[in-house]
Design a protein around this ligand. Structure first.
Ligand code: FBP
Length: 262
């Protein structure tokens, strides 16, 4: 396990990844409400906010936009992904190698693993190669640990999220990115099951400022290290404002009320 207090990807041992792989994962529909959010430069601009520790994108976006921001933003390269056009059992195509991610300037890598899906075995084998290559280059590995598939009816149940974070520990991820299990208690269990692997919350679909910040606060109080968030930042007209609030909660331990006053 890499000590993420020292590695890239963190500020004071905490993590705030700005995720922007949705154009692949969900398609243009995610950009409908705020049309300017389709421009990757806008998210890279937001990622220069001091609260953001890394921006997570796919290879094509990294190649085209990261060179203009490499002095101001830390890059996490997402190494696999699937479009929403895919109608099969959950799976995710590996589209970038660790070596190439390094060449483009990434300091860490991300990989989605759908535990419980029919393709879990292949995905775990792909993860093995990526994890070992990343170790060889001292690059932290973030697992998007999302159990899903035919057999899983509720993928945010506390027991499922605890399994998701344990899976990340067992397979050697430094950070487990999991869905919010709906309560602080559920998150505590996920953190306990993850052992030395750091647990962060996946932002989810856009909610009110208060509802979103309350879930972030619960994650921090449960021993989580932060979050990887996309829509709850760049689907807002003013991403900087919510990042100011997140900075207070994640790094300064502020209450939701205090953070909302900023
Ligand atoms: P959000 O904060 O917008 O939920 O982004 C986190 C993320 O993991 C993205 O990296 C990814 O594109 C998306 O959620 C996948 O969500 P799902 O597979 O649940 O639709």
């Amino acid at each position: 396990m890499l000590p993420i207090t020292e590695a890239p990807l963190t500020r004071d041992g905490k993590v705030l990844i700005l995720a922007y792989d949705h154009g692949l994962e969900h398609g243009p529909t995610d950009f409908t409400d705020v049309p300017k959010s389709a421009d990757p430069s806008r998210t890279f601009e937001a990622a220069t906010h001091p609260a953001v520790t890394s921006v997570a994108v796919q290879k094509g976006i990294a190649e085209a936009y990261y060179p203009s921001y490499s002095d101001a933003v830390d890059l996490l390269m997402k190494l696999n992904g699937t479009s929403n056009l895919w109608m099969g059992e959950p799976d995710s195509a590996v589209n970038c190698s660790v070596e190439y991610a390094r060449e483009v300037g990434a300091s860490s890598v991300g990989f989605t693993l759908y535990g419980g899906a029919n393709h879990e075995i292949e995905m775990a084998e792909e993860f093995r190669e990526i994890q070992e290559n990343a170790r060889a280059h001292d690059m932290p590995v973030v697992m998007w640990s999302y159990p899903r598939g035919q057999g899983l009816k509720n993928d945010t149940k506390s027991s499922v999220i605890a399994y998701a974070s344990r899976l990340a520990l067992e397979l050697g991820a430094d950070v487990a990115k999991v869905k919010y299990p709906g309560s602080k208690e559920g998150m505590k269990k996920a953190v306990r099951m993850a052992g030395k692997t750091n647990v962060i919350m996946s932002g989810g679909s856009k909610r009110s400022d208060r509802a979103f910040l309350e879930s972030v606060k619960a994650v921090m109080d449960a021993g989580g290290k932060g979050l990887a968030v996309g829509r709850n930042v760049w689907q807002r007209e003013n991403p900087e404002q919510i990042l100011d609030s997140l900075e207070q909660i994640i790094y300064e331990g502020a209450s939701v009320d205090t953070a909302l006053e900023t």
